[in-house]
Design a protein around this ligand. Structure first.
Ligand code: DX5
Ligand code: ZN
Length: 215
């Protein structure tokens, strides 16, 4: 499986997003992870479609948009217009899952489903045929800078055994050490916020993460 690093801009300097994204390109990041929070599905509010649309004009790296919102179906058009390449939403949301996936895929975008740490991985099984990726959260969604939950690894192992070719993403507490644990479990797409943007050299950290993911 191809290893992909997806830096989460949630941990970046919001006053200088364009230059923060340039550092990701220098580091060879395959994706840019954009966390959208509505203050309802999670107890926090972050960025929305207008910010993503502005960033799309200054960044060539594909956008991996992680919707932590209660009603993703209502907002899919906005995120497609904003330039999302992959749209991930939560299986625990209030929208109709099938309709939301279809809306994303019909618009020519890639659809992914996310599961919170306490949600069984079987929850995504009915939709696997239509999904480009599954995100196994390795922290409770809502905040950056939390500690990696190794207890979520059995879900990754189970999914990888079932789907050898599927992109399996992990998000939360990924750093140069925990990426090895998640990689060995079977993940191949790695979100990293604090580890990248709070480091002295984000581009070098992205390269190090990629090396360690292959260990
Ligand atoms: C958390 C977000 C993550 C967050 C990860 O709910 O989905 O993408 O930015 O941050 P770190 O890598 O700092 O745990
Ligand atoms: Zn995220």
């Amino acid at each position: 499986m191809d290893i992909k690093i997806s830096p989460s801009v949630l941990a970046s300097d919001f006053a200088n997003l364009e230059s923060e994204l340039k550092k990701c390109a220098v580091g060879g990041a395959e994706l840019i992870h954009l966390d959208v929070m509505d203050g309802h599905f999670v107890p926090n509010i972050s960025i929305g479609a207008p910010v993503i649309a502005a960033l799309d004009k200054v960044c060539d790296t594909p956008f991996d948009v992680h919707l932590m919102i209660s009603d993703p179906l209502f907002y899919i058009d906005d995120f497609i217009k904003a330039g999302a390449d992959i749209i991930t939403f939560h299986v625990e949301c209030e929208s109709d899952i099938e309709k939301t996936i279809d809306k994303i895929v019909d618009a020519g975008c890639k659809a992914a489903l996310a599961v919170k740490p306490n949600t069984p991985i079987e929850a995504v099984y009915p939709y696997l045929d239509k999904l480009s990726m599954v995100l196994v959260m390795t922290v409770e969604p809502g905040f950056g800078g939390q500690s990696f939950m190794e207890s979520t690894m059995p879900k990754i192992k189970e999914l990888r055994a079932k789907c050898p070719e599927l992109d399996i993403q992990v998000d939360g507490g990924i750093n140069a050490d925990t990426i090895k644990i998640a990689g060995r479990a079977g993940a191949n797409v790695f979100v990293a916020g604090s580890a990248v943007f709070k480091s002295d050299d984000p581009a070098a950290t992205i390269k190090l993460l990629k090396e360690n993911a292959e260990c």
